[in-house]
Design a binder for this molecule. Structure first.
Ligand code: WQD
Length: 326
């Protein structure tokens, strides 16, 4: 009984791998290391291969007697996806179909998929529940929505059972500060704010403060990567217990503005976050945060970490790892 984790050397993947390992689970990681770091998964078996490498996936599943899969591997840059769409269609969508075909051929029929709240695009209302319209606004988001469909149809044709976890804004780091998000591969708000506070980049550009929100800046649902890892562990147990395929929103249900994040970062860092207010970024929803009712009812999951926990752990990691894993 073991778990194959694709993309398990990446930010959220490695955090989940370390949690599974700490829980005593047998884990094997499949990762090309294009975006991942072996230093993030010390002591964990690593197969350096892509999800469409049938021989490598087959060998890993047989050698480690894999019974379940967590599928993180995928390109994830919204901007890049609009410039290089084929890369996203082939890797994220076709690659997943090849992975699932290989799994099913070996009798492995349970998968947890790293999906995204971006499948909903700009929601009609908040908080966002799972029945919100699927209206992706980028090739990246569309690839996530398509993979959910592919997994659903494999459920119809081959009895695959899947849990698609739609992440909101993942952030934060390991409590001891030894593992976290590598900022040179992320343009997300928290690592960018940290880099600005540490003087390792120009001031943070706040993409406008003229939105119809209390302080004029956009609102998001920031979820600690510990809580995200816990959702994956619970999803595996749900499937092992015979749970039916489902898509679940993974968020705290609490909205925080860009300025909330900046102030929390300044509290954690004990120094200012240099920032300038600039124009709006195309495609930014005014506000999006989760309705966590269904994931709580289905997995018994609820977020435990606050925005301050997120920025305090992120600060501890970034301020002691200016060059990531070196
Ligand atoms: C957050 C807020 C920006 C950078 C992310 C992922 C997406 C999905 C949802 C998983 C926004 C503002 C940001 C900056 C800023 N998660 N911002 N200056 O766009 O909400 O989407 O979470 O799949 O894949 O990308 O995240 O961190 O880019 O932005 O003002 O330099 O911070 O306008 O309001 P986003 P983000």
């Amino acid at each position: 009984m073991s778990v194959l984790v694709t993309g398990g050397a990446g930010y959220i993947g490695s955090h989940t791998v370390r949690r599974l390992h700490a829980d005593g689970a047998d884990v094997v990681v499949l990762d090309t290391l294009e975006l991942g770091y072996p230093q993030a998964i010390p002591g964990i078996p690593l197969v350096r291969a892509s999800i469409d490498d049938v021989d490598a996936v087959t060998a890993a599943c047989k050698e480690h007697r894999v019974t379940q899969v967590i599928h993180f591997a995928g390109y994830k840059s919204v901007g890049e996806s609009m410039e290089l769409p084929t890369k996203y269609w082939i890797n994220n969508v076709a690659g997943t179909a090849t992975l699932v075909d290989t799994m099913l051929g070996l009798g492995v029929d349970q998968i947890v998929f790293s999906s995204s709240c971006s499948v909903n695009g700009t929601p009609d209302s908040v908080p966002v529940a799972e029945d919100a319209a699927i209206r992706p606004e980028s090739v990246y988001a569309a690839s996530k929505a398509m993979v959910e469909q592919v997994l659903g149809w494999y459920g119809v044709t081959h009895g695959l059972r899947s849990v698609s976890l739609r992440y909101f804004n993942a952030a934060g780091a390991e409590a001891d500060g030894r593992h976290g998000e590598v900022w040179d591969r992320s343009i997300n708000l928290v690592p960018v704010a940290m880099k600005a506070a540490l003087g390792r980049r120009p001031p943070l550009q706040v993409f406008a403060d003229d939105y119809p929100t209390p302080d004029g800046t956009c609102i998001r649902d920031y979820i600690h990567v510990d809580d995200l890892a816990d959702a994956h562990v619970r999803a595996l147990a749900y499937l092992a217990g015979g749970g039916a395929s489902i898509a679940l929103n993974v968020g705290t249900g609490i909205g925080s503005s860009v300025l909330d994040v900046i102030k929390a970062t300044e509290r954690a860092a004990g120094r200012p976050v240099p920032h300038d207010i600039v124009g709006r970024r195309a495609g930014d929803p005014v506000a999006t945060y989760a309705d966590p009712t269904l994931i709580n009812a289905t997995l018994g999951w609820t977020a435990t970490k606050t925005l301050d926990d997120i920025v305090e752990t992120a600060w501890r990691w970034h301020s002691t790892h200016l060059d990531g894993y070196g």
